[in-house]
Design a protein around this ligand. Structure first.
Ligand SMILES: Cc1cc2nc3c(=O)[nH]c(=O)nc-3n(C[C@H](O)[C@H](O)[C@H](O)COP(=O)(O)OP(=O)(O)OC[C@H]3O[C@@H](n4cnc5c(N)ncnc54)[C@H](O)[C@@H]3O)c2cc1C
Length: 429
């Protein structure tokens, strides 16, 4: 095996979105005047980046605001997005040769609609600027001594003046990031907030859920804690064997997982779905009464025909405690019709466990933002930067997580290069 003991001006741990952006941003400014490297534990960089946006990479959103990020990150994010607006991010990518286009909701994708275009542009620039790329190299330990850093990976040892920590979060370990960032933070004595999965399916306690397995339906979904509605989303709700999912559920999952991770100030959350969001309760009641009057012999099992998916109908009848599926609907009482209307308009789900990490899109929590300044530089170590999902700044679905990862990469890389130039100038003077 190689016995590497190399010296660098800058090392970036992690060849993901944030790490590659940092490397390119630094390399464009320093180029051959600097020795720098990206160290990646996987066989190739950017595995998670390739999986983003269902292979299309939703890299930012024109509708950008700190409101789309966790509460503790809002002030920090507000400053970052004022300096790296979505338009600026798109223009940074354009300078690298990547054209982008927004969809009708403002979500920005590469013009090719392919995430590999984003990765290719970044890795081509990496090569062009002379970066050294070490793959299949997992950093196990970092030591800081006398203003420098020593990184250990098996029998390899890397020395560097500057270090950009871009090792990602802890979800979907099969795509690379395995929580190393938090271990590095611990080794360097940096504070971390509790980490837990977000943007994920919500596991619910409901034995009849499998009746609706596979159904996708339009819904307005809210998370309620202690009687207070915290957040509502409209979108496609998907029913699975043991969980509910879909983008609208992902957007609510942080509240649920915060509770199960023990870091929530709220009472146990409940999810309420309106499964006929365009129809008022009165209209729905009229619909069922009319059906009962005009088609009294219709079997109860056909109650939802013409309104909702049949499998979903069977599930809702079960949830409304209606039995006798072969009975005619004329036999349903007023109370039973009311129960049916209520379950459609306010179908409640009781979350019962934290979402699985291998089903989540992002890690909430991480290195505390108080540890870094507005250039993502550590307050404790002048040569250290921390970027991307490793930080306690997570956003909603829609390009917000990649925006932060790329913004952190571009800003930190540029700052590290500027600091070095300053240093070179002082040395010459
Ligand atoms: C399926 C899926 C779809 C998503 N879609 C979107 C989307 O469309 N839009 C959006 O905004 N966000 C999306 N996200 C979230 C987004 O991908 C992440 O937030 C973002 O990639 C974080 O970037 P990062 O560079 O911090 O981490 P990563 O992209 O995870 O990169 C970190 C890199 O560090 C490497 N690494 C980790 N530990 C070590 C170590 N010890 N030594 C060496 N290397 C190490 C990893 O292998 C990895 O390559 C999606 C996430 C998933 C899972």
């Amino acid at each position: 095996m190689d016995n590497i003991n190399e010296q660098f001006d800058l090392i970036i741990i992690g060849g993901g979105a944030a790490g590659l952006a940092a490397a390119v941003s630094y390399g464009k400014r320093r180029g051959s005047s600097s020795r720098y490297a990206v160290i990646e534990k996987e066989r190739k960089p950017g595995r998670k980046l390739l999986a983003t946006g269902s292979g299309r990479c939703n890299l930012t959103n024109l509708d950008m605001s700190e409101d789309y990020y966790n509460d503790s990150a809002k002030a920090f994010v507000s400053d970052v997005i004022s300096r790296m607006t979505p338009e600026r991010l798109v223009s940074e990518f354009k300078k690298l040769g990547l054209l982008c286009k927004p969809d009708e909701a403002g979500r920005v994708y590469p013009y090719s609609n392919r995430s590999d275009s984003v990765l290719d542009v970044l890795t081509n620039w990496l090569e062009h600027t002379g970066a050294k790329l070490f793959c299949d190299t997992k950093i196990d330990r970092i030591e800081a001594c006398a203003g420098r850093f020593v990184l250990y990976s098996g029998n390899k040892c890397f020395h560097t003046e500057k270090l950009i920590l871009a090792a990602g979060g802890r979800v979907q370990k099969n795509l690379g990031s395995d929580g190393s960032s938090y271990e590095f933070a611990r080794q360097l004595g940096l504070e971390c907030t509790p980490v837990f999965p977000s943007l994920a399916p919500i596991i619910v306690n409901d034995k009849s859920l499998s009746l609706a397995k596979g159904v996708r339906t339009a819904a307005s979904v809210s998370v309620i804690c202690g009687g207070k509605k915290l957040h509502t989303e409209v979108g496609e709700l998907q029913f699975n064997e043991k969980n509910i999912s879909g983008i609208c559920i992902f957007q609510l999952s942080r509240y649920v997982n915060e509770y199960f991770a023990g870091v929530s100030n709220y009472k146990k959350p409940v999810i309420i779905a309106d499964l006929a969001p365009d129809i008022s309760k009165n209209e729905l009641t009229d619909y069922f009464y009319t059906k009962q009057k005009i088609l009294p012999e219709t079997p109860v099992s056909e109650m939802f025909t013409g309104l909702l998916n049949k499998k979903l109908g069977a599930y809702l009848l079960k949830r409304a405690n209606i039995s006798g599926m072969d009975n005619p609907i004329s036999r349903l009482s007023e109370n039973q019709l009311e129960a049916i209307v209520n379950i459609v308009k306010e179908c409640s789900f009781e979350p019962c466990a934290i979402s699985a990490e291998n089903s989540a899109q992002v890690t909430a929590g991480g290195v505390a933002l108080t540890e870094i300044d507005r250039n993502f530089r550590s307050r404790k170590y002048k040569g250290l930067y921390i970027v991307g999902e490793a930080l306690d700044a997570d956003g909603l679905c829609g390009g917000y997580n990649l925006h932060m990862a790329f913004a952190g990469g571009f800003i930190s890389g540029a700052h590290a290069a500027k600091e070095e130039k300053k240093h070179d100038k002082n040395k010459r003077a």
